[in-house]
Design a protein around this ligand. Structure first.
Ligand SMILES: CCOCCOc1ccc(-c2cn(C[C@@H]3NC[C@@H](O)[C@H]3O)nn2)cc1
Length: 448
């Protein structure tokens, strides 16, 4: 057994996102999002599931906050649904939507919990997608308008801000692989989306500064850590491409003011180019204050010319997997955090980490021991990272409760709290009580 003590000011939290938990998709003046449309498209989401009810947190957020208080967290990451604020994307502001989030944020603060806001967690107003989505500068300008509304409304209440969650998912999972909304499968479209959201990020950061908004702002890239299957240069290059498309493709423009040239050249071979306009890179590379890092797993990759746009395939090495099929390998988090140091020792928060473990209720309890084991291994790496002097400031478990897991619908469960989707009864799992003790002690005590 080992005891890992965390810094006194370390932030402990959980994370969710609007479309995944709120429900009430046709209440409060909310407009239609691309996920409402995608979920209603046959074959896109498991079982035809959608976010119409989800966890009904729109109506039950006080119950959720009670669970957070009992858990003992001091930080809660959530997202605001843009379609609740400006239902048609860039038109009239919906006061009812703002009032809902004021009630929610006020209740969080009253509970002694710091709001940690993601402005965009994938629920783009459908009207903007209909007009070209992130590849159209209209959407960029609409995002800035939306962001400025939120900055003005919540400055002073919110002090931790993220512009975008997982830009690789927004651009490539959703527009090259077609697995998430809106479901495009085109390389140039995905590169246009990535560039559009980066420009939107930069402009929003400029507005954040100009408006004197309180707190710190950043972005939350995906993490894809990959190590080569062999010592061959081809396998190492395949790993470099996988890592770069999740991280460098977004963080190089932000921190260096340019895209990673080897990836630009790689895509040029496929006939795809980045639609950079005059001044874009200066806008994108506005200084930011923090990074959110979402880590789930890592891969052992090798070169395969048939393996998609990156010609990089993950090899199944027989590791223990979670119920969504992702290998349990916490080592990648440590390696990635050191990789990230090339951008400087920036303030980092783990804004998502968790395991899909689909254990159900048995005699009124959920004995999700595998989830506890996953968290134990990853928190031990977190301690190792902090011990190396990396500015890792906080940790948010994904997720507070089981919720709508995108194309997997409700069959995949990431929560510390079990959700009965019929009764909407919330039941803390054994991992909830384990995490509660970690937070209370501010230390991890391994069980073996
Ligand atoms: C068969 C080919 O497959 C290609 C990879 O396909 C995926 C699918 C899904 C993910 C994925 C899902 N999550 C969890 C979410 N993060 C944000 C929050 O909303 C969580 O729900 N992170 N990454 C990655 C890759």
């Amino acid at each position: 057994m080992t005891i890992f003590k965390f810094p006194q000011d370390f932030r402990w939290g959980t994370a969710t996102a609007s479309y995944q938990i709120e429900g009430a998709t046709q209440e409060g003046g909310r407009g239609v999002s691309i996920w409402d449309t995608f979920a209603r498209t046959p074959g896109k989401v498991y079982n035809g599931d959608n976010g119409d009810v989800a966890c009904d947190s729109y109506h039950r957020y006080e119950e959720d906050i009670e669970l957070m208080k009992k858990l003992g967290i001091n930080t809660y990451r959530f997202s605001i649904a843009w379609p609740r604020i400006i239902p048609d994307g860039d038109g009239e502001i919906n006061r009812e939507g703002l009032d809902f989030y004021h009630r929610f944020v006020d209740a969080l603060i009253a509970a002694g919990i710091e709001p940690f806001l993601t402005l965009y967690h994938w629920d783009l107003p459908q009207t903007l997608e209909d007009d070209g989505g992130w590849g159209n500068r209209r959407t960029v300008d609409a995002f800035v308008k939306y962001a400025e509304v939120i900055f003005k409304e919540f400055s002073g209440k919110i002090n931790f801000w993220l512009t975008f969650n997982e830009p690789w998912c927004i651009a490539f999972l959703s527009n090259l692989l077609g697995i998430h909304a809106p479901g495009n499968k085109d390389l140039q479209t995905s590169i246009n989306v990535a560039h559009g959201l980066l420009v939107a990020h930069g402009k929003a950061v400029q507005s954040f500064r100009r408006l004197g908004t309180t707190g710190q702002i950043g972005i939350a890239p995906n993490v894809c850590w990959a190590e080569p299957y062999s010592k061959s240069p081809e396998d190492q290059a395949a790993c470099d491409r996988s890592i770069a498309l999740n991280t460098d493709w977004f963080l190089d423009p932000i921190y260096k003011g340019s895209y990673p040239q080897f990836m630009v050249d790689w895509f040029a071979e496929a006939g795809a180019t980045v639609p950079i306009q005059e001044g874009d890179m200066e806008i994108i590379s506005q200084p930011i204050d923090l990074l959110g890092i979402n880590y789930y797993t890592m891969g052992i990759n090798r070169f395969n010319p048939e393996a998609g746009a990156l010609q990089s395939e993950e090899v199944d090495m027989g590791l223990t997997k979670t119920d969504i099929g992702w290998p349990v390998e916490s080592r990648g988090l440590y390696e990635f955090m050191h990789y990230l140091q090339k951008y400087g020792n920036v303030d980092v928060y783990i804004t998502e980490n968790g395991a899909c473990i689909n254990d159900d209720l048995e005699n009124g309890k959920i004995n999700d021991d595998r989830r506890i084991s996953y968290y134990e291994q990853h928190l031990a790496q977190i301690h190792r990272i902090i011990n190396d002097g990396i500015n890792l400031k906080g940790y948010m478990a994904w997720s507070l409760m089981d919720n709508f897991e995108w194309a997997e619908g409700y069959r995949m469960r990431f929560g510390l709290v079990h959700m009965d989707y019929r009764s909407l009864v919330r039941t803390p799992k054994e991992s909830y009580y384990w995490y509660q003790s970690v937070i209370k002690n501010n230390w991890l005590e391994t069980r073996n």
